[in-house]
Ligand binder design. Structure first.
Ligand code: ATP
Ligand code: MG
Length: 247
């Protein structure tokens, strides 16, 4: 049995983000996500879920606080080293960010081409992912012609294609029916079992209510009190911060 202490993969210490001129999107969040953990990030629209994922991937810089990802001080990472961080992260964006004129296969291949994977291995992985996500027929379709639910699945396939150490999935099932949601969650769980550290931002309670993984709720940019059924959550990891109305 492995008795070594868990290793922090993502560590946020008192992180705040203010978008200019004065939108307080994240306030004083401290959170540790261990290597190999799968964590749900929930909270109402505007709570700061996407901002938190963007801070972790250094698409935004924090206004205050420290962010460590895989041993890198993310806020201080020089421009020329950001690719080292991004290579560790697969991000499925809430608005997909596909290349609409390119085929589905091209969109998924991009992450793998960047690291010079052989063509045959790229094609095999792309076909496998499309099969798992029930999109086999769309291999050569233009991404811009797909339905939103199909585009969402392509975005997820692209995010996981390279077996990244960290997967950040922003509302990965927002446009999907129950069966397709189950396929996407199966895919994410499979990557988690192979060692990926995964953060899933979602409004969808059904995703995490039957799941044993940790759930963090954001409320107006702060980490909310843990739910009654998770009494030890603040002891184990994040710092407890009462809701704004009680401060
Ligand atoms: N680029 C930006 N410039 C200014 N304000 C922003 C920017 N991006 C987000 N915000 C604001 O920051 C706050 C948090 O937004 P964020 O997108 O992180 O929320 P969210 O929890 O992901 O919401 P949703 O569930 O709707 O996706 C909101 O008040 C939003 O209006
Ligand atoms: Mg969002």
């Amino acid at each position: 049995m492995d008795t070594s202490p868990p290793e922090a993969m993502i560590d946020l210490i008192k992180v705040s983000k203010i978008y200019p001129p004065e939108v307080q999107a994240i306030t004083d969040i401290s959170l540790t996500v261990n290597r190999g953990e799968l964590l749900f990030l929930t909270g109402m629209s505007g709570a700061g879920k996407t901002t938190l994922l963007r801070l972790i991937s250094r698409m935004e810089k924090p206004s205050k606080g420290m962010i460590d990802v895989a041993g890198m001080d993310v806020a201080k990472l020089p421009q020329c080293k950001i690719h080292l961080l991004r290579r560790k992260i697969g991000m499925a964006y809430q608005d997909f960010k596909l290349l609409p004129e390119r085929t589905v296969a091209d969109n998924i291949a991009i992450a793998m081409e960047v690291v010079y994977r052989p063509k045959s291995s790229i094609e095999k992985r792309t076909r496998d992912l499309l099969e798992q996500l029930n999109l086999t027929q769309k291999y050569t379709a233009r991404a811009g012609e797909l339905s939103r639910g199909e585009q969402q699945r392509v975005a997820i396939a692209r995010a996981v294609a390279n077996w990244p150490e960290i997967i950040l999935a922003d509302e990965p099932t927002g446009n999907l029916d129950a069966d397709t949601t189950a396929r996407v969650m199966d895919l994410l769980h499979r990557h988690n079992r192979k060692g990926a550290t995964i953060l899933i931002a979602t409004h969808d309670k059904t995703l995490y209510q039957q799941d044993t993984h940790r759930v963090i709720e954001l409320s107006f940019g702060r980490m909310r009190a843990p739910q009654a059924e998770m009494p030890d959550a603040d002891d184990a990891y994040g710092e407890f911060i009462p809701p704004v109305s009680e401060v």
